[in-house]
Design a protein around this ligand. Structure first.
Ligand code: NI
Length: 168
């Protein structure tokens, strides 16, 4: 397993539409293991492949119930259906340096995807779990959580980022 470098905004790879996964092979398995390792190292609760520079439709989502556990779900080609309810909650992103903001998301969603072997998955997700999946699926479409904010907040973040990058 290898810890990969996480790509950060405004790198254009984060804006790419991810390509559908069609081969469920050992390379995909290796990729998702590296993604999980990278996510836990960060640490984060979800990671999309384009965050390590690979614009393909696969995400990993942490589903651990205990602190030292490393249990995660791999979703390839995930699609969100039937969003219900609207809830506001704080989000951050490993690709958006030093920033958190409240974002509106569906409270409940139905998700279809495939697992590592290409088997069809279908399940419902609510609350925090639903929020993480919506955030990760956004990544696959080239969308970041900051895109959901007002122009004013986006402008404020761009200024903040300029200062952060200057001091690096
Ligand atoms: Ni993110």
């Amino acid at each position: 397993m290898t810890i990969k470098k996480i790509i950060t905004y405004p790198n254009p790879v984060l804006r790419k539409q991810a390509e559908e996964i069609t081969e469920f092979d050992t390379a995909l398995e290796q990729l998702t293991r590296d993604m999980a390792e990278t996510m836990y190292q960060a640490p984060g609760v979800g990671l999309a492949a384009n965050q390590i520079g690979i614009a393909r439709c696969v995400v990993v989502v942490d589903i651990s119930e205990e602190e030292d556990e490393r249990k995660y779900l791999v979703l390839t080609n995930p699609v969100i259906h039937d969003g219900e309810g609207k809830v506001s909650g704080a989000e951050g992103c490993l690709s958006v340096l030093e920033y958190e903001a409240k974002v509106n998301r569906f409270q409940k969603i139905r998700v279809t995807a495939q697992d590592l072997q290409g088997n069809e998955l279908e399940f419902e997700a609510e609350d925090r779990f639903a929020r993480i999946i919506q955030h990760e699926v956004d990544h696959l479409n080239g969308t970041l959580f900051i895109d959901h904010l007002s122009r004013l907040k986006q402008g404020m973040y761009k200024n903040k980022l300029r200062k952060i990058l200057k001091n690096k």
